[in-house]
Design a protein around this ligand. Structure first.
Ligand code: PLP
Length: 377
């Protein structure tokens, strides 16, 4: 924990300098790998894959370069390509839609509910006979109503590929995000709950054939050094990162405990400001990863300026929903109006909730927001 000054207390969003303040830890962890020379896949990557599959309760884990590759790998394994449509959430990060477009398919955007999760009613509204799959996003580290989405997909013979990039360590109805559909994709980008020192990702599946295909495609389609069964690519996770990932996976329960504590403090501390500040609704059937602590507020842009002056690093995830991005104008089907996401885009702000915040910093966030909205009337 950093020493706090009375004046000029800063609440940074980025915790990486603290997380990596002791490089020696990593040098020690890396030493056997470096001496082994196992730098393309190999035992360190396999060990991490087994550990992660075990952790989420899936039969197979195939690691990748990053979360975007994980989504692309999953979509390709499901045979999704040109002429197909895939429904995803309009409030997601670019990569959900980008991965769909990367395999030649068209993203179709659905609206979200007041927990920022893809909304089944909206999925039903944007259905067409070109839709082949649904890509629900576990946005912010919370989860959509997976049971309903999976039931809908089954009825319409659609594949479900989950974007669980923010969901590592969460649970819904006792199951880990990413294990409801045929394939789940995860990211270990520096600001996810399990992160590496750069990029990393993985897919999980219970299906042996899909797993086999993805393992080969990720590594040039190789069955062995001299034979390829299909044209593939190189999407391999770096073994150096597999070692980092394995280390941080061990620490995840502790990380999530402190994020949850911070989120509870924020929930309670900000509750009196309702309805000018609306804290996230919590549901009892799920455990969240608190990847993003998003509130909806009046007068958002001025609040952010105020918070920055107070040394609180607030952000917006994201000010423009995917269906309103210029990139979306090239898709075949004109996007529907998605009123909830559009309204939220002008009201949302993300405040720091990470595990390196201490109590004083969390109180400083609450105090700064309370000051902005003035005394309770
Ligand atoms: C981070 C993220 C991605 C992309 O993962 P990368 O590892 O950065 O490629 C995709 N979808 C969501 C919801 C994410 O949060």
């Amino acid at each position: 924990m950093g020493q706090l000054e009375v004046v000029g207390m800063k609440v940074p969003y980025n915790y990486l300098p603290e997380q990596f303040s002791d490089p020696e830890t990593f040098f020690r962890l890396w030493e056997p790998l470096i001496r082994s020379g196992e730098f393309t896949l190999g035992p360190y990557v396999e060990a991490f894959e087994e550990k992660f599959a075990d952790f989420v309760g899936s039969r197979h884990c195939i690691s990748t370069n990053n979360g975007t590759d994980a989504l692309i790998l999953g979509l390709k394994a499901l045979g999704i390509g040109a002429g197909d449509e895939v429904i995803t959430a309009t409030n997601s990060f670019y990569a959900s839609a980008g991965a769909i477009a990367a395999v030649g398919a068209d993203p179709v955007f659905a609206d979200v509910d007041d927990r920022y999760q893809i909304d089944l009613a909206s999925i039903e509204q944007v259905m067409s006979d070109r839709v082949r799959a649904i890509m629900p996003v576990h946005w912010a580290g919370a989860s959509p109503e997976m049971a309903g989405i999976v039931a809908f997909a089954d009825t319409h013979d659609l594949a479900v590929i989950e974007d669980a990039c923010m969901g590592i360590g969460g649970s819904v109805d006792g199951r880990h995000p990413g294990t409801f559909g045929a394939i789940g994709a995860f990211s270990m980008h520096p600001l996810k709950t399990v992160n590496v020192m750069g990029d990393g990702g993985m897919v999980v599946t219970d299906d042996d054939d899909l797993a086999d295909w993805m393992r080969k495609y990720r590594n040039h389609g190789m069955t062995d050094r001299d034979h390829i069964e299909m044209w593939g690519v190189n999407m391999r996770l770096q073994p150096l990162q597999a070692v980092v990932a394995s280390h941080f996976l061990d620490q995840l329960p502790e990380v999530l405990r402190s994020r949850q504590q911070n989120a509870e403090l924020l929930d309670t501390g900000l509750a009196p400001l309702s309805p000018r500040v609306v804290t996230p609704a919590r549901v009892h059937n799920s455990a969240e990863t608190y990847s993003l602590y998003i509130v909806q507020v009046d007068n958002r842009d001025d609040l952010i300026t105020h918070l920055h002056h107070q040394g609180v690093d607030a952000k917006i995830h994201y000010p423009i929903p995917l269906h309103l991005q210029v990139a979306a104008s090239s898709t075949r089907r004109p996007a529907a109006t998605l009123p909830c996401a559009e309204k939220q885009a002008s009201r949302i702000v993300t405040i720091p909730v990470h595990e390196y915040l201490n109590r004083d910093q969390v109180q400083h966030i609450i105090g700064s927001i309370s000051d902005f909205y003035g005394p309770k009337t």
